[in-house]
Ligand binder design. Structure first.
Ligand code: EPU
Length: 342
């Protein structure tokens, strides 16, 4: 039987700092423990939801079922460039671990909040890198077959903040571990042959100002940029980027550029579409730094909505809707939310 904790407050488990309770809360460290939790949920007809770091979720009310939280925290080196991290490892602890051991691939993803188990679900990304670039295998628990499944990264249908786990496996799979294929920064004879990925935005200049490329300097530069631009949830509750960057047809981007020649955009490889920064659209529409009661738009990054103190989910979602409608009216682009709504 599972050791459920009843009427569990989720306030400290979501970075927006929203008040909500779970009817039951259960933690798992091993797959056997998880199997017991899921069996008990099936028997008692309880809906379940996995809350990992709570850094990308809006809790709209009390959850009537069981909120499941991974606490498994091991990192194991499986080979010179292959490692395994359990779902409950703090993501940035993993990045620090790899950088300390001279293994490249995760350094651009430094300081992203959350736990390892959420990384493949969202295909987390930053500064020109995405989790999918290094994910070799995802191990998940299939809650229908009650068994562990291993799936190669190449079969996870990874896309921009998207994967199989947000599609066909949503509500069925619970990620229990992820294996990463990394690249040693130095070869056996001490040569550095690693290609640092520092072309994005002002990352290159930051890395140079720290003394030039190295895994440690890329990590330090990314942390410094994120600290400057993104609000600390301990100071103002937030869930990082609230919206996805929209992908629009190239013809529409060209039309918009006639009106807004300075509009940034990243064309797809086939030239058919352009990804436009939602932050630029929201900023240009005049919302950056906007405050209304308990909610606002971060003054240094327009993509981030913030809880100014005591906000409810409804207040945050109302602001999000106003922004979506206004951006639609001004640019003909309908933003979609990046955060998960529970
Ligand atoms: N911009 C503005 N106004 C702003 C902020 C940005 O005009 O207030 C413009 C910038 O000038 C730049 C463009 O928007 O041309 C892109 O800005 P930035 O490089 O800050 O990145 P982003 O597209 O806004 C994405 C991710 C972030 C990630 C950064 C850095 C999404 C939804 N967001 O933001 O991820 O850290 O790139 O790689 O893709 C997250 O997912 O929670 C997150 C923070």
């Amino acid at each position: 039987m599972t050791n459920f904790t009843d009427n569990f407050t989720l306030r400290a488990h979501n970075t927006f700092g929203l008040e909500a309770t779970a009817r039951h809360w259960a933690e798992f460290r091993t797959v056997d423990e998880l199997r017991t939790v899921i069996r008990d949920c099936h028997t008692r007809h309880l809906p379940w939801y996995v809350l990992s770091g709570g850094s990308n979720v809006i809790l709209t009310g009390n959850f009537p079922g069981c909120v499941i939280h991974p606490t498994s925290d091991g990192i194991t080196q499986l080979g010179p460039d292959l490692l395994r991290a359990e779902a409950g490892v703090v993501w940035d602890d993993l990045v620090a671990w790899t950088v300390d051991r001279g293994l490249g691939g995760l350094e651009n993803l430094s300081f992203i909040p959350g736990l390892v188990g959420a990384a493949p679900v969202q295909n987390i990304g930053a500064y020109g890198a995405e989790a999918k670039d290094t994910i070799e295998t995802v191990e998940y628990f299939d809650t229908e077959r009650l068994e562990t499944v291993r799936i190669p990264g190449a079969e996870c249908a990874f896309g921009y903040r998207d994967s199989l786990f947000k599609g066909p496996l949503r509500g069925r799979a619970i990620v229990t571990a992820v294996e990463f294929r990394l690249t040693p920064e130095q070869t056996a004879d001490g040569e550095t042959s690693y290609t640092y990925n520092i072309g994005y935005g002002d990352l290159h200049d930051r890395v140079m100002s720290l003394g030039g490329p190295s895994l440690a300097n890329v990590r330090a530069a990314v942390i410094a940029i994120r600290r400057e631009k993104l609000p600390d949830p301990a100071v103002a509750g937030n869930a990082g980027s609230f919206f996805k960057n929209p992908v629009i047809p190239a013809a529409q981007a060209a039309q918009l550029r006639e009106r807004y020649p300075e509009m940034p955009g990243y064309p797809s490889a086939d030239g058919q579409t352009v990804k436009v920064p939602a932050a630029w659209l929201i900023d240009r529409a005049g919302w950056k730094g906007f405050r209304c009661g308990t909610v606002g738009v971060h003054p240094r990054q327009a993509l981030v909505l913030i809880n100014l103190g005591g906000a409810t989910a409804q207040e945050i979602l109302n602001l999000a809707r106003r922004i979506i409608d206004d951006v639609d009216q001004k640019f003909g682009i309908r933003l979609s939310m990046e955060v998960n709504i529970l």
